[in-house]
Ligand binder design. Sequence first.
Ligand code: C2E
Ligand code: CA
Ligand code: CA
Length: 672
Amino acid sequence: MVFHETDILRAFDEGEFFPVFQPLVELRTGQLSGFEVLARWNHKIFGAIAPEDFIPWIEESGLIDRLSRTILESAFAAPVLIDSPLTLAVNISPRQLLGEKLPERIAALAAKSGFPLDRLIIEITESALLDDLARAQSAAREVKELRCKLALDDFGTGYSSLRHLHALPFDELKIDRSFVSSMAAQRESRKIVASVVGLGQGLGLTTVAEGVETQEQASMLTWLGCDLGQGWFHGYPVPASELHCVISAFQNESRVAVPGPMDGDSFVSLDVLPAQRLAQLQAIYDGAPVGLCMLDRNMRYVSLNRRLSQMNGVALSAHLGKTVAEVIPRIFPMVEPYIRRALQGESITGVEVQKPHAADGSESQTLLLSYQPARDEAGEILGVSVAIMDVTSSKRTERALRESENHYRHMMQLNPHVPWVLDSNGEVTEASPRWESFTGQTVEEALGNGWLKALHPDDVEPTLEAIRISLKTGQPIDVEYRVRRPGGEWNWMRSRGSPRFGPTGRVVCIYGVVEGVHEQKQMTEELQNSHAELRTALSAVPVGMVLADAQDCSIYMVNPEADRIFRGAIYPGQKLTDYSKMNFFWADGHMLQAEDFPLSRTMLRGETVDARHVRYNDSDGMQMDLEISSKPIYADDGALIGGLMMIRELIAPDQAMAFVRSARADALQGHR
Ligand code: C2E
Ligand code: CA
Ligand code: CA
């Protein structure tokens, strides 16, 4: 579906956009915790349209802020929500997060209707973070300063999730629907969900499962310790007018997700026997890709998972009851201050420590740690729960990335190409300093449309046209123009670019390079000249000549005499395989097969074919006797580059006599 700006503006004016609210439910108790706000468009002609179909167009037309305003305004205004402890989660598009003044705008809207900001959760997807992590971090901080909560949406679908989790102050982790929907059937998905829940817990985050559609999924998630569920099982999205019904339904009926044994045989294993349950929980605990442990007030290991014992290189049982100082004496001094602070009640996340080099000289490890005080029902601190992630490989990747970046930069400096970037208006936003060495123009002068000043006036319009076409159609750019060298002379350059597309398929920018092609251009000109010379030379010859090109086995040139003989049946560009089908050549009483034709023998096998008598029947039924020879043409390095076929028309004896006589007469006459 394609939506134009005028249609979108009309829809705003006519109030076609509105919010719906989907319940978020506490899995353990079945209590309603809040709602996620989802945008809907009730289009005048098309009816209900899904956000995934219209949000890209709204973003494209720059109206996403207006959509958020409209949606949030009506969401905040719902009276049942203002006077309740329920939270509201709203989706913020990547562009909005990176744009300006988002937090202020949200705060202003909430203040207008009196909705408390500490009950607002801002959901962002990972793609928002990839483009500009630094900007995302500062936006996230601003959001947090308003006391709003921050949720990482669609967790697991992006590619460097752990890094993002670490880089931004998230409060909530939303596990993507795709894992939840397959968890009942697939062990892998189940393991992923278990690990993500473990990870979230380790980092002190609220975990939310999206797309909970069945009782079975809800039960599993509860067992895994997931905090909140959202999905059709807990409730469909409803308009504001139905909010009070949903809220009172939850109050009257407690929908606990784990009522006794489950039906269906795919997950009966997580049954009610406590011992079994414990074993299964231990399996999940062990399966997490994160080292987890619980320390008591004396910093002794109370429990730990298998991953941590692997990380420490000490057997699981050798940990229990021992102090951290005893088990990992070399690392203990680095982590002791954090454990002590956590024992004082502070929760600490994202601590990075470098593990000292092992004696065997292997690579040193980088660990990411978090410490959470563990309290009893009375709130007294019993110990510390620790989550440890080995981020060595991501550190290694980071380092490799940095190195390859340096390498790339270095290459760029050596490269004769000048990279450039155009924005969606066709203006230069970045150009390499090498442009200066070609033109004498500084990069600053070249930005925007400044670079056009260095171009030959005749070349400006065609170049702009090429850019316009590329922006409109998405085709690559390949143009040549002359630029004025610092010395004043004009030099040819070739500029090539390939567009990059935004989510709606429109060109958002063009990346390209310029290179000097003056020398190539001169060479091409020379080549063209020599081509012309060759043609002239061949025209003067009273023998038919056909040149073939070995590169694509096609006819390259046909001189006038050959053209006269074949009357256009052999022509430049023709494939060697084509002509024998149309014209009939006979020799020794047999029709020549394509591969036996003299020029084919030369081109296929490099053979020299001596003059040979061939009878040619043309398409009009004319018969002609020809003498054809053919020989290969080699380059200096010995490669076969072409073939030359020579054709002479043989004249029947009586015709020949007549010819000789008339020639003699001519000659005699000229003598007089
Ligand atoms: P999302 O943030 O992941 O929202 C959850 C989506 O899952 C919603 O789709 C919801 O209707 C759907 N869903 C909920 N429960 C279930 C379930 O049990 N099974 C299945 N199969 N689906 C379920 P929806 O409403 O179509 O929204 C799609 C996406 O559009 C949202 O994904 C969100 O990224 C975006 N979106 C929605 N409203 C807004 C908005 O106001 N602003 C922005 N920027 N994006 C929005
Ligand atoms: Ca969402
Ligand atoms: Ca989501």
